[in-house]
Design a protein around this ligand. Structure first.
Ligand code: SF4
Length: 157
């Protein structure tokens, strides 16, 4: 099962912010760290903010920070939310599979999908930034910058 790019990016943004400590990186800094276009990062940041998993403050000294809800968020719940719970195979699309009315494979795939999510349910964002991931995150290009290091006139977040 391959995750959507937006799912993976949402998790990476949360992981980056989970090691931010007292700093409040901008969306542009997070995009740079994750090596993704700013527009993709901004879309994900807006969605995560809407879900209450991070806060975004504008203006000088502002930036992004993880909420407690974001720190303790279940990776499984996030993946479900982004991926949806549709079948992993399209049995009844524009050209329905001739077996769709009585297929054992379909049930097996559904159970496998549930097992995939269930394995991720007890894992939190905080869990996935423990060693060795945390030090790697702190080594990303902008991770050691402080808000005061922003160029004059930089708009946050
Ligand atoms: S073989 Fe089964 S799982 Fe595959 S498309 Fe057909 S109905 Fe769906």
């Amino acid at each position: 099962m391959r995750l959507l790019r937006s799912t993976d990016l949402a998790l990476r943004v949360l992981m980056r912010l989970a090691v931010a400590g007292g700093s409040t990186p901008t969306t542009r800094e997070v995009a740079e760290d994750m090596d993704v276009p700013y527009t993709h990062a901004a879309k994900v940041v807006a969605d995560l903010t809407h879900r209450g998993l991070l806060t975004a403050r504008r203006g000088r000294g502002g930036g992004l920070s993880l909420t407690e809800q974001g720190r303790t968020a279940s990776v499984g719940a996030l993946v479900r939310a982004y991926e949806g719970d549709g079948d992993v195979v399209d049995c009844e699309g524009a050209t329905p599979c001739p077996l769709h009315t009585g297929c054992r494979l379909r049930g097996a795939l559904r159970r496998a999908q549930e097992a995939f999510f269930a394995a991720l349910d007890p894992v939190t964002v905080a869990d996935v930034v423990s060693d060795p991931t945390g030090p790697l995150l702190l080594g990303l290009p902008t991770a050691s910058r402080t808000p005061s290091a922003d160029p004059p006139g930089e708009r946050r977040p």
